[in-house]
Design a binder for this molecule. Structure first.
Ligand SMILES: [Zn+2]
Length: 293
């Protein structure tokens, strides 16, 4: 049984980069984590542990203060993977894997770069290096190398890119599954096939598109497109991926603080209907649980 440590970047007063109504600390610990946890529970030969999901700890600050990576035994974990989102101008897009400059990427580094390539695309600077960026100036990366801890840092996308975050939010379930598979090398089977928007028809915005022209093309309305894509106005950008039909099945992954009542309000349904559709015998929910809503 190999144990892998997942680290969500930032925390303890440092939110990391900001963008599109969220920040790195919260996006990773709340959104990404709920999906990671769901897939991690399916593992048979591996275990994933988390450095911090509360937001009260930051591995970077802890290492800088002499514990953090210094307190982790190199023998305990088969791997340590730290998750971040990048920040730059509005047009910067793509993700990448960071490793220490002294190393060549191992199979796990290369495997982890693939879901980023397939879902978000690689950041321009790593297109010729299989998604890998070697760095000599990152504290955790250097301390891990010095202590013999197999470590990598994944920048999943640009949090400052509307395109990247639209795709990442929509494909988060798939991204989480493939991350868990890449890090552990274990193949996971699809859960009962009740994914939501991944089965939905989408349209990638090209030059000249307007919400009106897209609505016409897919026989729907501008209002529907705004609703399905959480758009506050009619602005769209080239490369943005829009959902162009209603999801036939919407699902909700339970996060900390959720109750059946709060979920029923969010999706304009009732507690009784959620319980019936999900065969729930009690009102008790567990974090990471996926509910039809
Ligand atoms: Zn970061």
């Amino acid at each position: 049984m190999a144990i892998h440590l997942f680290v969500y970047g930032h925390g303890a007063g440092d939110p990391g980069a900001l963008g599109f109504g969220t920040n790195e600390r919260d996006f990773n610990r709340i959104r990404l984590h709920s999906y990671i946890l769901k897939w991690a529970k399916q593992l048979k030969n591996n275990t994933i542990e988390f450095y911090d999901v509360s937001g009260n700890k930051d591995l970077y600050q802890d290492t800088a203060n002499g514990w953090g990576l210094y307190s982790i035994s190199p023998k305990k974990y088969a791997s340590v993977t730290e998750f971040h989102e990048d920040a730059a101008g509005l047009t910067a897009t793509g993700g990448h894997i960071i490793i220490n400059y002294q190393f060549n990427p191992d199979n796990q580094d290369l495997a982890l770069a693939l879901p980023i390539r397939d879902i978000i695309g690689w950041w321009g600077s790593v297109k010729n290096t299989k998604g890998i960026n070697k760095r000599d100036n990152l504290l955790n990366c250097n301390v891990a190398a010095q202590r013999g801890i197999p470590y990598r840092l994944a920048e999943l996308a640009f949090i400052t890119s509307n395109r990247d975050m639209t795709i990442l939010n929509r494909e988060l379930d798939e991204m989480a599954k493939r991350i868990v598979e890449a890090v552990t090398g274990e193949k996971l089977s699809n859960s009962s096939g009740n994914g939501n928007t991944s089965t939905c028809k989408t349209h990638t915005v090209v030059k000249g598109d307007t919400l009106y022209s897209i609505a016409k093309k897919y026989s729907t309305t501008v209002d529907n497109l705004k609703l399905w894509n959480n758009l506050k106005n009619s602005n769209i950008v080239v490369g943005q991926v829009l959902q162009v039909e209603r999801s036939t099945q919407i699902s909700h992954v339970v996060v900390k603080g959720d109750t059946l009542w709060s979920i029923s309000q969010k999706y304009k349904t009732t507690v009784a209907k959620i319980k019936k559709d999900n065969n729930l015998k009690t009102d008790v929910l567990s974090i990471g649980q996926k509910l039809k809503v």
